[in-house]
Design a protein around this ligand. Structure first.
Ligand code: ATP
Length: 445
């Protein structure tokens, strides 16, 4: 078994096997944008389904929404994003390339004075002098309608949370929800990152899975703890992430987002080091208070039991689909020596593998084998959905290909199958093979 794969290994596997491609690759790509390929989209869908089930389906008091990407720009004024969604930036004074000042300085702080101090003797990666750090707003702008002026400016949402807050009353009323209750959403968000990098780790178009849990203010400590725990357990139990690849990171005051009173990230050991994967934030009553002030609409909650009226607090759980995808691949990637050859195997949980099983006829030019294998394939497809038909190359090549994409089982129909109605099932992790009756295949897999 090898150490963790490096970034190039993951990028190359993703391209070679159809997980992730550069967006508009034939035009040279576009920095910070990626397309998911046939296998990638299967894995993405499974990750989203797992999260949705654990967050929404399994909880009677958490409801889903799917908000518009473009909202009334006032929403982003109220949320503080128009004024405050900034990252510190420095510019190479010769090449004019721009960099995240905090990343170059190797700090979590985004304080301009502190960054200027840390960077005063530093040069750019190209060896040139740097500008003073300044803030750069990461909101992606567009225009609505035929006239492009300041009145038609709109923003692509920088996080999905916005339309959760603006739908607080709608969801509460339509679902007759009482505190505590949550609203969850999966969707695209856009950030004009200064230097997108590390493959799909830092991109300009991302997808988020977010849940805002509305509570009585005095419940904040306990609820915060339980959502923090939820993130960790989900990664370990549902996705099979090894605990040694995870770490807690608590934000200090300088690092915390403008809305948060407390923030803990789960860091994952990405190829470039331990980095943020999943954030839990105590957003207090910051958002609903601001939306109430900016919209003039009453967003208070009337507690029928205590007869109190107040603005709920919000505990937020927020994770990026792309970072989760990358963490799952890195965590599952193994290289093993088998009979003097290196085998690459993705040890994904069977529920997450793009294909649950692959079915092959031993030889593709023997119609009776192909017909029998097709029958097996159709049956398994009805049961598992994602089953691959693989009749390319010899059996050894097929196993290697399926190992590399994490298919837990390969089923091969051979000449004996025609008489004994059994097939060979090969296990991805142990590479062991056994004969199984076709009638017992489903229960065996
Ligand atoms: P970072 O500090 O890495 O920029 P953040 O603290 O700004 O991230 P949040 O605003 O808390 O991130 O967003 C919630 C989640 O969305 C993150 O934990 C991460 O998984 C994901 N995410 C944020 N920005 C990006 C990005 N540019 N590319 C990919 N995923 C991202």
């Amino acid at each position: 078994m090898t150490e963790q794969p490096n970034l190039e290994t993951i990028v190359s596997l993703c391209k070679r096997r159809g997980f992730v491609f550069q967006a508009s690759e034939i035009y040279g790509g576009l920095a910070g944008f990626y397309d998911y390929g046939p296998l990638g989209v299967e894995l993405v869908n499974k990750l989203k389904a797992e999260w949705w089930r654990a967050t929404v389906t399994d909880n009677d008091n958490i409801f889903g929404v799917d908000g518009a990407i473009i909202q009334n720009p006032k929403l982003w004024e109220a949320s503080g994003h128009v004024a405050g969604f900034n990252d510190p930036m420095v510019e190479d004074l010769v090449t004019h390339k721009r960099y995240r000042a905090d990343h170059l300085a190797g700090t979590d702080s985004t304080d301009l004075k502190e960054l200027a101090q840390l960077l005063k003797d530093k040069q750019s990666p190209d060896g040139n002098n740097l500008s003073e750090p300044r803030y750069f707003n990461m909101m992606m702008q567009t225009f609505i309608g035929p006239v492009h002026d300041s009145n038609s400016v709109a923003y692509l949402r920088p996080e999905t949370a916005g339309s959760i807050f603006t739908n607080f009353n709608n969801v509460r009323e339509t679902m007759r929800a009482k505190l505590p209750f949550g609203i969850a959403q999966i969707g695209k968000a856009f950030r004009n990152e200064i230097s997108p990098r590390d493959f799909i780790f830092r991109v300009r178009e991302l997808e988020q899975m977010e849940m805002q849990y509305f509570i009585k203010p005095d419940q904040q400590a306990d609820v915060y703890e339980s959502w923090r725990q939820f993130a960790w357990s989900f990664l370990v139990d549902k996705l099979g992430i090894k605990e040694e690849n995870l770490q807690w990171h608590e934000h200090d005051e300088k690092e915390r987002a403008h809305y948060a009173a407390a923030a803990h990230d789960v860091y994952f050991k990405f190829p470039q080091g331990f980095k943020e994967l999943w954030g839990t934030h105590n957003r207090t009553d910051y958002d609903l208070t601001n939306h109430q002030n900016f919209s003039g609409k009453d967003l208070t909650y009337y507690d029928e039991d205590t007869k109190d009226k107040y603005i709920p607090y919000v505990i937020e759980s927020s994770v990026g689909v792309g970072r989760m995808f990358m963490a799952v691949l890195v965590n599952a990637y193994h290289e093993e020596q088998v009979n003097g050859e290196t085998r690459v195997v993705l040890k994904l949980k069977p529920e997450l593998a793009p294909y649950r099983v692959a079915v092959s006829p031993l030889l593709k030019n023997k119609p009776e084998l192909v017909a029998k294998a097709r029958q097996v394939y159709e049956n398994l497809k009805t049961e598992f959905g994602s089953v691959m038909w693989d009749d390319n190359g010899n059996i050894g090549k097929r196993y290697r290909r399926q190992d590399e994409i994490g298919t837990p089982y390969c089923v091969t129909v051979d000449f004996d199958s025609l008489s004994d109605d059994s097939v060979t099932v090969r296990d991805r992790d142990t590479t062991e093979q056994k004969r199984v009756k076709i009638s017992e295949l489903v229960s065996n897999l």
